[in-house]
Write a protein of this length. Structure first.
Lengths: 114, 114
């Protein structure tokens, strides 16, 4: 079974631009979560989606948004990029009702904002 | 607020030896899951072991085992017969049942030497 895939793997953007990152969960997984990883703040939860509904959101500004499609694929969007948004963005999926809290991570998207 | 503390930023162990990574957490919830994740230099986050808070028996996965002390809110990871491939950043994390979000510690960088 294929793992969680994230595209693109690397991205360089300029301050003020916006960016969209994509995540395809493991087949059959319906929950998708997003995390931001930085050297200073560590791993921080962004949001979680299940059946196209956002069930939880971390403490991030409104510039960070996401959505989930009917096939469980998810995207996150960051508008008006700031230098501090440079990070590794990790997506994770989980299969509810069977070890529901076991999240499987993708390889991440490395975003650099210049 | 839920917090996770890993007090050992870096650790080193020789091949075939045993090492224990410490983790403490703080939560007022009763129902939660605890996890150890491993992030090798390749950056892919991998689940090492999972512990349900309602289970008194400590979880074990091959060379990896935990010492879960619920009253003390402690969740340490023991790696037996350390291998070079165990070199990685190890993150302790927990999730409350209704939150769908992993709360991570800052991580412990483990180096296994020949």
């Amino acid at each position: 079974k294929a793992g969680v895939t994230q595209t693109p793997r690397y991205l360089i953007k300029t301050r003020g631009q916006q960016v969209t990152l994509s995540c395809s969960p493991i087949s059959g997984h319906r929950s998708v979560s997003w995390y931001q990883q930085t050297p200073g703040q560590g791993l921080q939860f962004l949001f979680e989606y299940f059946s196209e509904t956002q069930r939880n959101k971390g403490n991030f500004p409104g510039r960070f948004s996401g959505r989930q499609f009917s096939n469980s694929r998810s995207e996150m969007n960051v508008s008006t990029l700031e230098l501090g948004d440079s990070a590794l963005y990790l997506c994770a999926s989980s299969l509810l009702w069977h070890y529901p809290y076991e999240q499987y991570f993708g390889p991440g998207t490395r975003l650099t904002v210049t | 607020a839920q917090t996770v503390t890993q007090s050992q930023p870096e650790m080193s162990v020789q091949e075939a030896e045993t090492v224990t990574l410490s983790c403490t957490y703080d939560t007022s919830e009763n129902n939660y899951y605890l996890f150890w994740y491993k992030q090798p230099p390749s950056r892919q986050m991998i689940l090492v072991i999972r512990q349900e808070a309602y289970k008194q028996q400590n979880a074990t996965e091959n060379r990896f085992s935990v010492n879960f002390q619920k009253a003390a809110k402690s969740f340490s990871l023991k790696i037996s017969d350390s291998q070079l491939g165990d070199t990685a950043m190890y993150f302790c994390a927990f999730m409350i049942l209704s939150g769908y979000a992993l709360n991570f510690g800052k991580g412990t960088s483990l180096l296994v030497t020949p």
